[in-house]
Design a protein around this ligand. Structure first.
Ligand code: URA
Length: 203
């Protein structure tokens, strides 16, 4: 697909996903938070679902987890502007606690309902490498038997001849209380992304 055709196809997908009712999560979310990045990006990063900030702004990874991801990408020498960033589930799932909206992990049915969008993004963007961040993305991309801890650090195969990798979700690092442990987890994420960076075609 030519670059203009891919850009047009991606816009069409984004518009179609904006009115998605494939599961009930659309009822309480503000927007469908579709993926973002250049069509033809060699690298696609897949998270779980938009968080509170992403639901407000309508863009993926713009809240605290996104800032941590930006730092990790910079640490690995990857330019976020050249990456397509998306989520396995495209509506924010939350419960109210006082004045706060607390993220809830999506159910298998919700992950599966959203899969056609992820598959379509993959088809149009056509990345050479796809990274699943966290258990939800790992399940969406590699199936129910896949396990992050077992697959981390390995080069995996995805349909279309793509390379797949798995790593932790950036928010899991934000939740680590102990500072030393948090730094360690951050450097492991940077290591995972550095491994990916070495597999990318030279810019
Ligand atoms: N967490 C995710 O999985 N995705 C986002 O876009 C933000 C936080």
């Amino acid at each position: 697909m030519s670059a203009p055709a891919a850009a047009a196809a991606l816009e069409e997908l984004r518009a179609a996903a904006a009115t998605c009712t494939r599961c009930r999560l659309y009822e309480r979310a503000t927007w469908t938070v579709f993926g973002e990045g250049p069509p033809g990006a060699p690298l696609m990063l897949v998270g779980e679902q938009p968080g509170d900030r992403e639901d407000v702004e309508g863009r993926p990874f713009v809240g605290p987890a996104g800032r941590l991801l930006d730092r990790a990408l910079a640490g690995a020498g990857i330019d976020r502007g050249a990456v397509y960033v998306t989520n396995a589930v495209k509506h924010f799932k939350w419960v109210e606690r006082g004045k706060r909206r607390i993220h809830q992990t999506p159910l298998v049915g919700e992950i599966n309902a959203c899969l056609p969008w992820l598959d379509a993004e993959m088809e149009v963007v056509n990345p050479r490498i796809v990274v699943a961040m966290g258990a939800t993305a790992v399940r969406a991309l590699f199936g129910p038997a896949a396990r992050l801890t077992r697959m981390r650090g390995e080069r995996l195969e995805l349909p279309g001849g793509r390379e797949g990798y798995v790593t932790v979700h950036p928010s899991s690092i934000l939740r680590v209380q102990d500072a030393d442990q948090r730094h360690l987890e951050m450097s492991r994420l940077v290591d995972d992304l550095s491994l990916v960076a070495r597999r990318l075609p030279a810019a």
